[in-house]
Design a protein around this ligand. Structure first.
Ligand code: GLN
Length: 490
């Protein structure tokens, strides 16, 4: 059915409820788009049969007037969420052949809401990366290219497959996970919207763990409304995750107003980093002006420990990862490379199963947790993390939300920065602080770089105040009038 992949999630929902289209037509159109766009490498596992079965069941429920929140809407799932009976790889060789015998809470909620599964999307190995280059299943291509040279660009990472699939109109929306920016940065690179809610909003049960005190599931969509709708279906208390918050899930999508009149919006001086492209600085100013024009009050604020956020993150996240990834030993699931004895089997399995970036993080993490260095690195990082949280708490005494750029650059070429991990880590400079503080944050596409690539603005909110984040983002979306269509797609 031509045209139906153009609809947003919320618009497709309205048409399904009005019985103007069927879930089956919608699924077929998206499966067709998926086939046409295989060169993007956005999916690791496609689930077309499941999609059709789920769509037919959705049509039956729609006919009976029993529609769930996402009834009949085709979406994609980052391949970090365990899906019962459907292979789950975390982008790693070490999980080869792993088919989970259980379902993650987030995906269980989505299927219970009637969503239709298109498949599992590509990602950086164990969600470690900012470019999707570290996936065992190969890089993902950003559907956007620079108008002048058509070179293949990264979609950002680690949820690059999900972001590319949504931008390329293969999926109406998609799940992601964000540990230090993995939803917001790819959303910015692919010209779509991505939200990471407050830590504890979405259950981590059944999500392959990277850094448990930071990992949080979230949503991608082509509009703020779509993103709010998907997140609403994903969120909620889960006794199976001890860090899940026992709070009701608000009707974020239904309450969206885009009103910012009277809100105080903080502009943090410390986010003016050296060497930031002029287009990003100008867009940040434009964003502030748009909000002011809608009646918000802009307030200069300080987040003095911002410069320590990246080093702190790159101690805490690898420390937790080194512990979480100890479970991959070739014994219970995934790859096993036999050795002469048990120890050798462990070593060979891990040596072959993990890629270079994952090994780097396991080594850094093991080092900062080792007896002689624990106090100097890990404990110190924990103390600095507290300061970063305090900075935000102080700022939120004065403001309702904070406006920053999402990333310090637009999408770069596939392969770029791979020889320089620190340059790669710098991508996270604006997203990591709010992750360390567990705060909700969104990226909205708002303008273009000098080379004509999408740029995002980030709105960070108070804990549990996703509504203000979403409303501020909607005000930016309306003012920016960003055309969310990659060049060449029609
Ligand atoms: N790019 C960051 C990292 O490599 C963040 C990843 C993420 O949020 N999962 O750790």
């Amino acid at each position: 059915m031509p045209g139906s992949t153009e609809l947003g999630l919320a618009e497709a929902k309205r048409r399904l409820l009005a019985r103007e289209i069927s879930a089956k037509e919608l699924a077929l159109a998206h499966l067709d788009a998926m086939e046409q766009a295989r060169d993007l490498n956005a999916f690791i596992t496609e689930t077309p049969e499941m999609a059709l079965e789920m769509a037919e069941a959705a049509d039956a429920r729609l006919a009976k007037g029993e529609a769930g929140l996402l009834e009949g809407l085709p979406i994609a799932i980052k391949d970090l969420f365990c899906t019962e009976g459907v292979p789950t790889s975390a982008g790693s060789h070490i999980l080869d052949g792993f088919t989970p015998p259980y379902e993650s809470t987030v995906t269980a909620k989505l299927w219970a809401a009637g969503a239709v599964s298109l498949g599992k999307t590509n990602l950086d190995e164990f969600a470690m990366g900012s470019s999707n280059m570290t996936s065992h299943h190969g890089p993902v291509r950003n559907p956007w290219t620079r108008p002048e040279d058509n070179a293949a660009l990264v979609p950002g990472g680690s949820s690059g497959g999900s972001a590319a699939a949504v931008a390329a109109r293969i999926a109406l929306a998609a799940t992601g996970t964000d540990t230090g920016g993995s939803i917001r940065q790819p959303a910015a690179f692919c010209g779509i919207t991505g939200i990471k809610p407050t830590y504890g909003r979405c259950s981590r049960f059944g999500i392959v763990a990277f850094a448990s005190s930071l990992d949080q599931a979230g949503a991608f969509g082509r509009s703020v409304e779509d993103t709010a709708l998907l997140l609403q279906a994903m969120a909620g208390y889960d006794p199976k995750d001890s860090t899940s918050a026992d709070l009701p899930v608000p009707d974020w999508a239904g309450s969206l107003s885009g009103k910012v009149k009277g809100l105080k919006i903080g502009i943090p001086a410390e986010y003016r980093v050296e060497g930031m492209p002029k287009a990003i600085e100008e867009l940040w100013q434009a964003g502030a002006d748009w909000l002011a024009a809608e009646g918000a009050e802009l307030v200069e604020i300080n987040l003095p420990h911002t410069k320590y956020a990246l080093p702190t993150y790159y101690i805490i996240a690898p420390a937790e990862a080194s512990s979480n990834l100890a479970r991959y030993d070739g014994m219970r699931y995934g790859l096993r490379v036999e050795g002469e004895n048990l120890a050798e089997t462990y070593m060979k399995t891990r040596a072959e199963g993990f890629g270079a970036e994952v090994k780097r993080r396991i080594m850094i993490g093991t080092y900062v947790l080792s007896a002689g260095y624990y106090d100097a690195y890990y404990l110190k990082a924990q103390k600095v993390r507290r300061r970063i949280v305090d900075d935000f708490e102080a700022a939120f005494q004065k403001v309702d939300a904070i406006l920053t750029p999402t990333a310090p650059s637009a999408a770069f070429r596939i392969g770029e920065k791979m020889d320089d991990p620190v340059a790669m880590y710098l991508n996270d400079v604006f997203t990591v602080p709010s992750s360390l503080a567990g705060l909700p944050a969104i990226s909205v596409p708002a303008g273009f770089s000098a080379e004509g690539l999408p740029l995002g603005l980030q709105v960070i909110g108070k804990a549990w105040d996703e509504q203000t984040v979403l409303d501020t983002a909607l005000a930016l979306e309306r003012a920016a009038g960003f055309e969310v269509l990659p060049y060449g797609l029609s």
